[in-house]
Design a protein around this ligand. Structure first.
Ligand SMILES: [Ca+2]
Length: 122
């Protein structure tokens, strides 16, 4: 991916999780939840959902269910959770999933996470 170098891009802590036990990354179907974790100096509640792009395919989030702020890890800082159709994201098991987007104040962020190697890649 190409980013211009004018605006610094914040590094965000993210997680990509299958939405349910029946969704396996290696199967490329179903939905995943992407979580942008908030912190003392990163207001994840201010994520502009329309800016989110997940995976090598830079997939947009699903319109339904809409993303929402929620303190997923119960650390006292609000996080942001959005749903993505796995088939659109090009996120594979055992690879690296990256999520980028902007906050409502224009702050750009990007975070990556290694995905579970749920299935061995051929
Ligand atoms: Ca949190």
């Amino acid at each position: 991916m190409v980013f211009d170098r004018v605006t610094p891009v914040r590094t965000a802590r993210i997680a990509v999780r299958p939405r349910s036990a029946v969704t396996r990354l290696g199967e490329g179907r179903g939905r995943v939840h992407a979580v942008v974790f908030g912190s003392a100096d990163f207001a994840a509640a201010e994520v502009d959902e329309s800016s989110l792009a997940l995976g090598a395919a830079a997939a947009p989030p699903e319109a339904h269910p809409a993303g929402r702020p929620r303190d997923v890890d119960r650390d006292g800082f609000v996080d942001f959770v959005a749903a993505f159709a796995l088939a659109n994201t090009a996120v594979a098991a055992g690879g690296e999933a990256c999520l980028s987007g902007t906050l409502r104040d224009g702050t750009r962020f990007r975070g990556c996470e290694r995905t579970e190697a749920a299935h061995a890649q051929p």
